[in-house]
Design a protein. Structure first.
Lengths: 416, 92
């Protein structure tokens, strides 16, 4: 079933009776070439690109809940490629390029909306640092515009430019940043993988690994053992628990990140705006809700709910740059579990166990990475060689000084 | 989450700073043991369940606290002054 404007029109006139399920409910086989653990955004994207780029379709994606029930279903939907370090920026730029062609590629409306992202600067030093970041972004042709105060004023007249503590001095604007309908990303990748023959197995929890003499040849699940030549972990916040079943410990702590959405308002926020003197970012959904978030709570958690001090901190950040946000009423807030790595950067790598691969450590920035993460993980799983843009995302990088710490704060997850 | 500081009594979470796993109390003895330091600095067992961890009562008495907490529920099971706890090897 292909989507097109004509098809939507036809279905509209004929009572929408011609739509079919977007993916099968396949029978679980005893053996696959590749098993991917976790049918979230990254896992589904990996399966999709394995089938699309590498012609491997004898794949099962195992999911303990339902498709897209993890962080792909509860994030703040921002896409951007405004990093600086060589280990990050080329990767995120690949991701941005994939976002730009994604809907045509998998024939699904993911509502990719490139309304731009604006990082505000509040001091001369920060403005200089943004100039440096912008130059780093130009190296990958990602597009960056350094704005002075009047430039920001034109774009966002509602900001508190003369705030006593954090006056807005300017900002850096990436016009290609924006937001995407997060659930549709999971559904689009799921549908694309399924139509190429990938088995998406829901309600199937991996309970252990079959490992002998340092070689992984399958998994134990709640629906029985399944054999596979290669197994790829891709479970974000639960990485530590899953890797523990293979006897591994990781350079990762799981932390809770809260996000918030207000009641629907008329269009006011032009794209994504971030506060430069604290941690606050906001965008407006198509339904009109202001979607915003800030820091992680800062302690290990699998509870999927946070505490009040961070709620306070986030809304204080919002009030500091746009006092009008104080008039909006909060509709809901939620928490998700982030796989916080020790340098704030992710991993796409082999493990020390042959046939077992790892994708994780996305911290609170995994959503924007979804296409490139799947693309590069598929490359690694198919060829057993890292993709050039993800080759620094090694699991053992802390051993030899290969960490790349975008913020430069050291091996302390709650500072990233 | 509220934390019952042994010196100050029950206080709001906002007064406390989370440092990390209690294994940070067990610094490797041999300064040249790269593997031990790599493990100490970077590798965490990251349990879903009971976690032994170091907190500082930063905006209170500034004491270091060793807290056993359930990461699935945020329930705190025990709180001790870190200085009272003898460290024997890894506490992670």
């Amino acid at each position: 079933m292909a989507f097109s404007a004509l098809k939507i029109l036809k279905e509209g006139f004929t009572g929408n009776r011609g739509w079919s399920p977007h993916w099968r409910d396949p029978v679980l086989k005893k053996e696959y070439d590749i098993i991917i653990i976790g049918a979230g955004g990254h896992g589904l994207a990996t399966a999709y690109y394995l089938a699309r780029n590498h012609g491997i379709t004898n794949i099962a994606v195992l999911e303990k809940g339902w498709i897209g029930s993890g962080n792909i279903g509860r994030n703040t939907t921002i896409i951007r490629s405004n990093y600086m370090l060589p280990g990050n920026q080329p990767f995120y730029e690949l991701s941005m390029k994939l976002w730009e062609g994604l809907e045509q590629d998998f024939n699904y409306n993911a509502m990719v909306s490139q309304r731009g992202i604006l990082n505000l600067s509040h001091s001369d030093a920060q403005h200089d640092a943004y100039a440096r970041r912008g130059n780093a972004m130009h190296l990958t042709k990602s597009g960056a515009v350094l704005l002075d105060k009047s430039g920001v004023q034109k774009m966002c007249p509602f900001l508190d430019f003369d705030n006593a503590r954090f006056p807005v001095k300017g900002g850096i604007w990436q016009p290609r940043g924006g937001s995407v309908r997060h659930d549709a990303v999971a559904w689009g990748y799921a549908r694309g993988a399924d139509s190429r023959g990938v088995d998406l197995i829901q309600n199937c929890e991996v309970t252990g690994f079959q490992i002998k003499n340092g070689v992984c040849f399958g998994v134990e699940t709640s629906r029985g053992p399944i054999k596979a030549k290669k197994v790829g972990m891709c479970v974000a916040g639960s990485s530590g628990v899953l890797a523990g079943k293979a006897g591994m410990r990781l350079p990762i702590e799981s932390h809770v990140l809260q996000a918030f959405v207000t009641e629907g308002l008329k269009p006011i926020i032009p794209g994504v705006i971030t506060f430069g003197a604290g941690h606050f970012y906001v965008s407006q959904s198509d339904k009109g809700g202001l979607v915003f978030g800030g820091d992680i709570d800062g302690y290990n958690s699998y509870a999927q709910r946070g505490n009040l001090p961070v709620v306070e901190d986030v809304v204080e950040g919002g009030m500091a740059i746009m006092p009008m946000i104080g008039r909006a009423r909060l509709l809901r807030s939620w928490g998700g579990i982030m796989d916080m790595s020790m340098d704030g950067s992710p991993f796409i790598d082999k493990t020390h166990i042959e046939g077992l691969f790892f994708n994780g450590g996305w911290c609170y920035g995994g959503f924007k990475a979804t296409p490139a993460s799947g693309y590069c993980y598929a490359h690694l799983l198919a060829t057993e060689k890292p993709h050039p843009v993800s080759e620094r995302m090694r699991l053992d990088r802390f051993k030899f000084g290969g960490q790349f710490d975008e913020k430069g704060v050291g091996a302390q997850p709650n500072l990233h | 989450m509220r934390i019952n500081c042994p010196l100050c009594g029950e206080r709001d979470l906002v007064e406390f700073h989370y440092e990390g796993s209690s294994k940070l109390m067990a610094r490797p003895k041999d300064e040249n043991d790269m593997d031990a330091f790599h493990d100490y600095l970077h590798i965490r067992s990251n349990p879903a369940g009971l976690n032994n961890e170091l907190w500082s009562h930063e905006y209170g008495c500034r004491a270091w606290l060793l807290i056993c907490r359930d990461t699935n529920t945020h329930k705190i099971l025990s709180i001790d002054l870190a200085r009272d706890v003898k460290t024997k090897g890894s506490l992670d």
